[in-house]
Ligand binder design. Structure first.
Ligand code: PHE
Length: 501
């Protein structure tokens, strides 16, 4: 029987009684391991060999790990210096021991943290005492670093885990394949296998000699396992934002855009938010150290000021609280994208708008919140509004039901709420698919006269701000917003998650 070179070499080197790894076969045949793995799969498909796969961890020192292997772990160096300075008897000043140990920069912290953590001694009031029962020469971490460097097995898992955590050792998975001859393989060998003259690779020599025209090329095995290659990918949050945008465009909305840092006027005053409202204090708001906004529409500012001071309509009273144009011109990071809705509704962004109109944005907002599983200092808000004659709460509810159902969420609940700028107002809730908890997902309402009249809008406007991250929680069952934001995101999730909708 004729088989390609590599397959023949592999069959001859393999054994029926003794499984051999690809590395061993590579050593025996001089063929490269990738080619042998490919040959093994081809032979397996023909029934001549059995291929067994084992995954195991492969450990390697990082640059930092390698430095410590040579120079000693910082905490061990600290212990030695402490010991030499007599700290096993009486506490010695920390500065002196650090100096003696010749530790510098970030290694000082590393040394101190691990010194305490490993119980090598105590640090109190700037003095260091060393435990006399410690043998610095038998530090298990140092021993493991040396063993890993020498390619030896290290079976102490907690030690390896800790070294990986400290960034001294890299752990990667390695698939090892072992090959054994099957009965058919043995029979084939006994009947005789010879190399078929196939060429596995096109070389410059084949090309220049012109030989490539006569040789037979080996076929590609397109089913063989290969190393996974992961390239860049759009983040799940961004992908979901895009699908929200598509959905809203499909519902007839146009996209708004505008500044992340904006005048308080657009973020709050235009929304009839009193200037002494708690949300407008430094507790909630990120003030920026920038010049106040010079460019605000004068007449609109006057009408908004009048609404705040005197109210709107026959029995409007306004707020009996101070209002200053100076504050209105201050610039802050927007805490909601309703600032964009104000810019568009006032005609400032794209000129006067005639009803009916539908606009949205899916953009970042910034709040000085306390971090917890459902709050970050920034998140994406799905802002939207509809301008038309005679809108009611039923129109608003219907819009949400239509919107959320496109993401598979059909159990939205509503609760009456208060906003200074909408009446009536209500919050939206959904049920978390894993915990069953009711989660707030948005806030909405119909803009008050006090907001619309100064803007010059004469019909109804219903509006909302929904949290994109909360939508993700309902769609994917995430329990912590940090699962999709920031450095704690799981890379595998980001690589593999299938974006719904
Ligand atoms: N600005 C509100 C928020 O951030 C959302 C909202 C927008 C509510 C428009 C009503 C109308 O919670």
């Amino acid at each position: 029987m004729k088989l390609p070179d590599t397959q023949v070499a592999l069959l001859n080197a393999a054994s029926a009684t003794d499984s051999k790894t690809v590395a061993q076969l590579s050593e025996a045949t001089g063929e490269n391991p990738e080619a042998l793995a490919g040959a093994a799969f081809d032979l397996e498909a023909q029934g001549f060999v059995a291929v067994e796969e084992r995954t195991d961890d492969r450990l390697a020192l990082t640059d930092e790990g390698d430095r410590y292997r040579e120079a000693g772990l910082p905490e061990v160096r600290l212990y030695r210096a402490a010991d030499a300075a007599g700290a096993t008897d009486d506490p010695v000043s920390m500065g002196r021991v650090i100096g003696d140990a010749e530790l510098e920069g970030p290694t000082v912290d590393i040394a101190l943290t691990n010194f305490a953590r490993k119980g090598l001694g105590d640090i109190e009031d700037g003095a260091l005492s060393a435990d006399p029962d410690i043998d610095p020469e038998s530090d298990p971490h140092a021993a493991a670093l040396a063993a890993i460097a020498d390619g030896e097995e290290v079976s102490d898992d907690p030690v390896v885990d800790r070294l990986v955590e400290r960034g001294l050792v890299d752990r990667s998975e390695r698939v090892e394949r072992a090959v054994t001859l099957t009965d058919d393989g043995v029979t084939a060998l006994m009947e005789g296998v010879e190399p078929a003259e196939t060429v596995g690779q096109l070389t410059p020599e084949l090309l220049t000699s012109g030989e490539w025209e006569d040789v037979e090329f080996a076929e590609y095995n397109v089913e063989a396992d290969a190393e996974p290659a992961s390239g860049g990918r759009t983040h799940i949050l961004r992908q979901t934002a895009e699908s929200v945008k598509d959905t809203l465009v499909g519902m007839g909305f146009q996209e708004m855009e505008g500044p992340h840092a904006d005048a308080d006027f657009w973020i709050n005053d235009a929304l009839f938010m009193p200037q002494d409202h708690p949300a407008r204090t430094h507790w909630d708001r990120f003030t920026l150290d920038t010049e106040p906004m010079a460019d605000l529409p004068t007449e609109l500012v006057a009408r908004v000021e009048d609404a705040h001071r005197n109210g709107v309509g026959e029995d409007g009273e306004g707020y009996h609280s101070p209002w200053s144009e100076e504050f209105a011109r201050e610039v802050a990071l927007r805490g909601h994208t309703t600032s964009l809705s104000m810019r568009y509704l006032s005609g400032e962004a794209v000129g006067e708008l005639e009803p009916p109109q539908r606009w949205f944005s899916v953009e970042k907002v910034y709040r000085n919140d306390t971090l917890d599983p459902t709050h970050l200092l920034e998140f994406f808000q799905i802002e939207g509004w509809v301008m038309a004659e005679d809108l009611s709460v039923r129109d608003l509810m219907g819009t949400f039901e239509e919107f959320y159902s496109q993401f598979g969420i059909t159990d939205i609940e509503f609760k009456p709420h208060y906003n200074p700028y909408t009446e009536p107002s209500f919050e939206l809730f959904g049920t978390h698919p894993k915990t069953g908890e009711i989660v707030e997902i948005g806030n909405s309402g119909i803009f008050r006269e006090e907001v619309l009249r100064p803007l010059g809008v004469e019909c109804d406007v219903m509006a909302w701000g929904l949290a994109l991250e909360r939508l993700l929680m309902l769609m994917y069952g995430f329990e912590d917003i940090r699962d999709v934001h920031g450095t704690l995101c799981d890379l595998d999730l980001l690589r593999n998650v299938e974006v719904l909708a």
